[in-house]
Design a protein. Structure first.
Length: 165
């Protein structure tokens, strides 16, 4: 098919021309969106690349969640931060090799208790993930550790987090 026959087809059928233009524009906009999504992800990962661990105690909860999100992305996970409210006890869903983790992220000045474990257990069922995890810049109470052990919830406390970051 040469250009003259293409022009004739569009001339004979203006609807075809409009459809082709709309498809091309849609494809172009999708590619632009993907480009900016990847750029945003890379910038986020680079922002927290060599993060000073001592700064986590001065972050707000959202910034701490973004740090953990970036770290999981850097480890090769596909991630999705949940809404700040009505998250059913999960702040981050991380997926790698078709296995997903429901992660409750707690930036606390005190030890994390049983409630966080209960919430992430419920969220694991709600989001249908394979694993549940609670991650904190602090430590866990003994009852929280006991419940996590009995329900196979992974706990990442301050000491483990320092090694990860």
């Amino acid at each position: 098919m040469d250009l003259s026959s293409l022009y004739k087809a569009f001339d004979d059928n203006p609807v075809l021309f409009i459809v082709v233009v709309l498809v091309c524009v849609s494809l172009f906009l999708t590619l632009i969106k993907l480009f900016f999504k990847r750029l945003k992800r890379k910038l986020k990962i680079n922002r927290y690349k060599n993060y000073d661990f001592s700064k986590i105690d001065y972050m707000d909860g959202i910034e701490f969640e973004n740090l953990i999100d970036a770290k999981f992305q850097k480890m090769g996970y596909t991630t999705k931060l949940t809404k700040a409210t009505k998250d059913y006890g999960v702040d981050l869903i991380a997926t790698k090799n078709k296995k997903s983790i429901a992660i409750q992220i707690k930036r606390y000045n005190r030890n994390v208790g049983v409630k966080a474990i209960q919430e992430v257990i419920a969220a694991k069922a709600f989001y249908k993930t394979d694993t549940a995890m609670v991650l904190t810049n602090s430590y866990f109470t003994k009852p929280a550790k006991n419940l996590a052990k009995e329900t196979n919830v992974i706990l990442i406390d301050r000491s483990k987090l320092a090694k990860i970051l």
